[in-house]
Design a binder for this molecule. Sequence first.
Ligand SMILES: O=C(O)[C@H](O)[C@@H](O)[C@H](O)[C@H](O)COP(=O)(O)O
Length: 292
Amino acid sequence: MQLGLIGLGKMGGNMRERIRRAGHTVVGYDRNPEVSDVASLAELVDKLEAPRTVWVMVPAGAATQSVVDELGDLLSPGDTVVDGGNSRWTDDEKHAEELGAKGIGFVDAGVSGGVWGLKNGYALMVGGDKEHVDRLQPIFEALKPEGPYGYVHAGKVGAGHFSKMVHNGIEYAMMQAYAEGWELLEKVESVDSVREVFRSWQEGTVIRSWLLDLAVNALDEDEHLDKLKGYAEDSGEGRWTVEAAINNAVPLPTITASLFARFASRQDDSPQMKMIAALRNQFGGHAVEAKK
Ligand SMILES: O=C(O)[C@H](O)[C@@H](O)[C@H](O)[C@H](O)COP(=O)(O)O
């Protein structure tokens, strides 16, 4: 099958390789000419036979919107666009409507696997109409892991990205739980090597997981994580998970706390703890530490 693939960064570049290894033809476009197969989106569209399928793998938000807009002008009725980025699910309905008005199909695909996807495959959570999703089956087969799972047609447009968003919310909470356990173990003198405790958990325990394996990898590289600053960014999906929970009145205390822990990591000196120190001092005369 032929596929146009837009965005050849860490994810898209490896996906092009995995799809090619499965015997398909991929025409890739990236703003960086060194990795791009064609010079423009128009050339990419020209190189594909109708009905075309074009997979968008660029950052969520404005970048994805601008590519979808351009594709809406370049593609023809009967073609299909797939958004495989970490887009907000509410953008999917908009994109499906905008493209649908021109007779172009739209599929949203949540893609998980990170930099390991080329080797292990990418887990895919897909949303869209069956006719559009079915057309993409050969590509989904090429990308997904080899086992029986790792792919789901989760529902209508938006369901793929909504599922991936919740996956990422769970990812935040699991990482936070391992991180908290690690910090506590590091604190006590009775444990000789936290790394070896983590390693022992990789087999037989209730909490074994790929994230745990990756934590052991990280500790093998830097046993006490001395080389890192305790600072974590977020790309949006944790926030959207919490927003969706509020909109649906679903309690998500753990995922919400793990998102807020990242915000706290970006503060060198906590403004709210200043207020707490000030109030303890006001009502109880408790000592405060002066800023140096
Ligand atoms: O399943 C995955 O492969 C990851 O979740 C992937 O999608 C990415 O690493 C996250 O988007 C990072 O998200 P944050 O920047 O929000 O931690």
